[in-house]
Write a new protein. Structure first.
Length: 141
């Protein structure tokens, strides 16, 4: 089992309908590929942050499609590695709008988010990044 964590900017002009379309297609395709994960979108900065879990080869094939997808730009691979078990096993693709999260309940939360997910000034260690994403998972309804 493998996980892959990336962030990207959404294409200019992307709207909620576009994001719901991405989410719907992701859920359908990911279920067929045995991929699970979570997608975060932050409207303030127009950025995506996503963790994907599954077979290594399937993840990197999907990641390459995301890199080529015109709805994403400046895609940045933050982390990939082996995992013992899925953190998002019940979701083909969980989704959360970052602005809707009460960040005061996130253990270890810092002001990195004022800089944006993809900002080069934001050095994120893989373990801290995964912990943050797992906290998002825990606050999902």
């Amino acid at each position: 089992m493998h996980e892959l964590f990336y962030c990207s900017y959404a294409a200019p002009g992307i709207n909620k309908d576009d994001i719901l379309e991405i989410l719907e297609a992701s859920r359908k395709n990911n279920e067929q590929l045995g991929i699970t994960g979570i997608l975060l979108y932050w409207e303030k900065t127009n950025e995506f942050l996503q963790v994907l879990e599954g077979d290594r080869e399937a993840l990197f094939e999907l990641y390459e499609k995301i890199v080529q997808d015109s709805r994403h730009s400046l895609v940045r691979l933050v982390y990939h590695g082996e995992i013992q078990e899925r953190g998002f096993k019940n979701w083909s693709m969980a989704f959360q709008n970052f602005d809707a999260i009460d960040r005061s309940k996130i253990e270890g939360y810092s002001n990195f988010s004022t800089l944006g997910f993809t900002d080069e000034r934001t050095p994120i260690e893989a373990s801290a990044a995964i912990s943050l994403i797992q906290t998002f998972r825990d606050v999902l309804p």
